[in-house]
Ligand binder design. Structure first.
Ligand SMILES: Nc1ncnc2c1ncn2[C@@H]1O[C@H](COP(=O)(O)OP(=O)(O)OP(=O)(O)O)[C@@H](O)[C@H]1O
Ligand SMILES: [Mg+2]
Length: 271
């Protein structure tokens, strides 16, 4: 069997916890902290001293218990949340807001219910300066990329959860972002749809050369997709351990290497 380009990929050696060679870092997180201020005036430390270097075209997953700060960290990379201390840079430029090459697929309720699939995707082009007809043409192209040619005219309520997530991915791809930030995008889907979308995402990742940061609660999902898995601990959120996944793709759950890593991550998560 000939190896697909996806199968030939190997994890770039960016070191553990961001202490790898600086030139390999595309997204660089240095000593990032996040403190939320409550209405009462109290300060809640949510993330403490996160260091991480992510290479260009790398696929990195965050895993960790609910509330450990995965969404907060992703939003900080997206430029949607500011950093209380430390810094995050993309291609050497400090993140000061969205629009530095980040496309985001949110944890939930991401589509506009009053827009059809094609208009939801076309919304991703709103700042592109393109004419409406061109936005529409490109939106249809992206819907085709995620296998939704036939559903362009449907409203979110007329689509299954899996179809809605495909539309969200198509919209995030609209401006051809270098980085795709995905917050539990397949969390609410049945196992079969989830596996199909994982395969689809790997295909898009390979075809479009993206750097992907992916949040999941599923160890199997993280192992199926990622070059590295970053395990976060809670209170305050911090990196506990990083697992490189040096297994060829497509990855099989029956592979002993897959199982060994599954056990190692499980042990680390549950202690
Ligand atoms: N705007 C906010 N103000 C105050 N606290 C917040 C805010 N947003 C998040 N938090 C708190 O920060 C912590 C981390 O939240 P976050 O949503 O990042 O966790 P998570 O790891 O994504 O959880 P889940 O797996 O459930 O999605 C939680 O304790 C949460 O209550
Ligand atoms: Mg979250």
């Amino acid at each position: 069997m000939s190896q697909s380009p996806v199968m030939e990929r190997r994890s770039p050696d960016t070191g553990v916890g961001g202490r790898g060679p600086a030139e390999a870092a595309f997204i660089r997180i240095d000593g990032a902290r996040k403190v939320f201020t409550q209405r009462s005036g109290g300060a809640v430390p949510v993330l403490d001293n996160v260091d991480l270097a992510i290479a260009e075209n790398e696929f990195v997953s965050f895993i960790g218990r609910s509330g450990c700060g995965k969404t907060t960290l992703l939003n900080m990379i997206a430029g949607l949340e500011d950093v209380s201390a430390g810094r995050i840079a993309i291609a050497g430029k400090v993140v000061t807001g969205p629009g530095q090459g980040q496309g985001v697929v949110f944890q939930q309720h991401a589509l506009f219910p009053w827009l059809t699939a094609v208009d939801n995707v076309a919304f991703g082009f709103r700042k592109s300066g393109l004419a409406k007809a061109e936005r529409c043409r490109r939106a249809l192209e992206l819907l085709s990329l995620v296998g939704l040619d036939a559903a362009a005219g449907r409203y979110p309520r007329e689509m299954s959860g899996g179809m809605q997530q495909r539309v969200s991915i198509a919209r995030a791809l609209a401006l051809d972002p270098q980085i795709l930030l995905m917050d539990e995008p397949f969390g609410a889907l049945d196992e079969l749809t989830r596996i199909e979308l994982q395969q689809e995402l790997l295909r898009i990742w390979e075809a479009r050369r993206k750097t992907i940061v992916f949040v999941t609660h599923s160890i199997s999902e993280a192992l199926t997709l990622s070059d590295r898995i970053v395990l976060l601990a809670s209170n305050p959120g911090r990196i506990k351990r990083i697992f490189p996944v040096d297994l060829p793709r497509p990855r099989l759950r029956t592979d002993p290497g897959f199982n060994a890593l599954y056990q190692a991550i499980w042990n680390e998560l549950s202690t």
